[in-house]
Design a binder for this molecule. Structure first.
Ligand code: NAD
Length: 251
């Protein structure tokens, strides 16, 4: 405990899944946590966090939220959506939505919070940290039916490295996390949907498990510690990296 003492953190999509696990572990490590989600109800039982509704698709809402929050040390961009399909079944609308939610949302939050983070780094003499949730399905691996998703998560890695390069001398670190498959409400839905399509939920589940050389999918709580590390001063020398926590998905 105490690894994030005196740190102020913002976590998007903290209502469930990895965002929730990160918010909980940040709180346990002593951070002040501004937890946001498009669905405020999902934050109701997150004890100790400062909860707010935030739709990361809205530039105005993100800017207003950043003004209300003030200077922060840590920004974790979690919000994302998994589109299922190949290039042939992906409409322009699907493509645009994936890029809007998975990538442009990070452009919005970073643009809005970075000026305050630059100030904060000067005030504290410590580095501030941006953590972006990418995926193993990205520039790391091509995965069937993850066309728009994989492209958007590859873009997250490019965005991450660009921000890292631009502000490396200004006390800002920016890193990406590339998880393998972990259990979350949206993942459960993907298993259900594919199970219906294939006529067997077990078969769908088996496909997800087979992609992981570990032979199992993770719990979100097993991925979140890398965000704690990247957010903490322990990672002061780490920027522009992509950290795989993936049960061998990238092997
Ligand atoms: P999830 O998909 O179950 O939950 C997503 C959360 O995002 C929900 O609480 C939802 O209300 C919120 N949200 C949706 N639209 C939003 C918006 N416009 N603004 C703010 N919040 C919004 O959670 P998850 O599976 O942990 O996924 C979170 C991130 O992790 C995503 O970026 C996803 O791509 C990534 N990821 C997931 C896996 C996995 O196996 N689950 C693997 C690699 C990467």
């Amino acid at each position: 405990a105490g690894r994030l003492k005196d740190k102020i953190a913002v976590v998007t999509a903290a209502g469930q899944g990895i965002g929730r696990a990160i918010a909980e572990q940040f709180l346990a490590e002593g951070a002040v946590v501004y937890a946001s989600d498009i669905d405020l109800d999902k934050l109701a039982d997150l004890q100790g966090a400062r909860a707010a509704r935030l739709d990361v698709l809205s530039t105005d809402a993100v800017e207003a939220y950043a003004r209300d929050t003030g200077h922060i040390d840590i920004l974790v961009n979690v919000a994302g959506f998994v589109h299922h399909g190949t290039v042939l079944s992906t409409s322009d609308k699907d493509w645009d939505f994936s890029f809007d939610l998975n990538v442009k949302s990070m452009h919005r939050t970073i643009k809005a919070f970075l000026p305050g983070m630059l100030e904060r780094a000067k005030e504290t003499g410590k580095t501030c940290s941006i953590v972006n949730i990418s995926s193993g399905a990205s520039s790391i691996r091509g995965i069937p039916n993850r066309y728009a998703y994989g492209a958007s998560k590859a873009a997250v890695i490019g965005l991450t490295k660009s921000v890292a390069a631009d502000f490396i001398r200004d006390g800002i670190r920016c890193n990406a996390v590339a998880p393998g498959t972990f259990k979350s409400p949206s993942w459960e839905e993907r298993v259900e949907t594919l199970g219906k399509e294939w006529g067997s939920k077990e078969k769908a589940l088996e496909m997800f498990v087979q992609r992981q050389p570990t032979g199992r999918v993770a719990d979100a709580a097993e991925i979140a510690p890398i965000a704690v590390y990247l957010a903490s001063d322990e990672a002061a020398f780490t920027t522009g990296t992509v950290m795989a926590v993936d049960g061998g998905f990238s092997l």
